[in-house]
Design a protein around this ligand. Structure first.
Ligand code: AMP
Length: 282
């Protein structure tokens, strides 16, 4: 039976019992409202570890005051059932004041990487992500932690944090799970009405158009992004936040499509901001 735990001390107690008898522990950090993308991470964690903890916590520190913290979709009961079916052992679902008591005053910050792509339109976002992930690593002491390539900048930032701060955890990146029309699965897709849902397939179409151009030999990133932008502009419900091609590791903009690159975008469909990316090795 899967356990649902609300406090840091209960998680620590359970994990130390597992570790005492030599079991390995995998962690899957999530904000809940689980879908097949999350399940693919849990499945991989179950394959590679003796015990798996899924954290289910909408982290207020990664939302700005104008963002969707209040309306972010939640369904703990369904999440627990999904985690149980996928073979996880424990769901950690703390209240906000369990993670951030009144006297909380520390944070993890990062320069460079966090100011590109999503960092430009979401200042403070990645600092909030690093802080909560660092806390989760200290609470769960996982041998491995699982993150989706869908949030490629987040994955690059977490890898960097772990290296910089000598954290004892292996970071495992997992491929993006998509709907039949290519839309990356996301908890925020639940905000889309029928017409917006149809329009949202434009993100993946634009990524594929960029990929095809590069595969055909185009190396000038500004020409590739221009074509990707024109694909998105054809969709009246879509408004581009950014479309960039960056180095997959440094997340810095690149002029020539060479080496390991990431075509990355954030696009508003109506009021909903969606992100997606495609990795290419050239
Ligand atoms: P979230 O609950 O949106 O914060 O996501 C929790 C984890 O699931 C993050 O590591 C995400 O990158 C990952 N994730 C979200 N959507 C997908 C997807 N469609 N495919 C693979 N991983 C995903």
């Amino acid at each position: 039976m899967i356990a649902v735990v609300k406090t840091v001390s209960e998680v620590k107690k359970q994990v130390s019992e597992w570790k005492r008898i030599g079991l390995s522990v995998g962690l899957v950090p999530t904000m809940g409202f689980l879908h097949e993308g999350h399940v693919s991470l849990i499945n991989r964690a179950v394959e590679e570890n003796d015990r798996v903890v899924v954290s289910d916590f909408v982290n207020p520190r990664q939302f700005s005051s104008s963002e969707d913290l209040e309306t972010y979709p939640r369904n703990l009961e369904k999440d627990v059932s999904i985690c149980g079916q996928a073979g996880a052992d424990l769901v950690f679902n703390p209240e906000v004041d369990e993670m951030y008591p009144d006297d909380f005053c520390s944070s993890v910050s990062m320069t460079g990487l966090q100011n590109e792509l999503c960092g430009k339109s979401r200042p403070g976002h990645f600092g909030g992500v690093c802080t909560v992930v660092c806390k989760l690593f200290n609470i769960v002491s996982p041998d491995r932690a699982y993150f989706g390539e869908k949030d490629a900048q987040q994955l690059a930032i977490i890898r960097h944090m772990v290296k910089d701060l000598n954290m004892n955890v292996e970071i495992v990146g997992c491929p993006t799970v998509r709907e039949a029309d290519g839309l990356a699965k996301s908890s925020r897709n639940s905000y889309l009405n029928e017409e917006e849902r149809r329009a949202s397939a434009v993100l993946y179409r634009a990524l594929c158009a960029g990929r095809d151009l590069i595969l055909a030999g185009e190396r000038d990133c500004s020409r590739v992004t221009a074509v990707m932008k024109s694909v998105v502009d054809e969709e009246p419900l879509a408004e581009i936040d950014y479309i960039d091609i960056v180095d997959a590791f440094t997340i810095e903009k690149t002029e020539a499509a060479e080496g390991d690159i990431l075509m990355a975008m954030a696009v508003y469909i109506g009021k909903t901001r969606l992100i997606d990316n495609l990795f290419m090795r050239i």
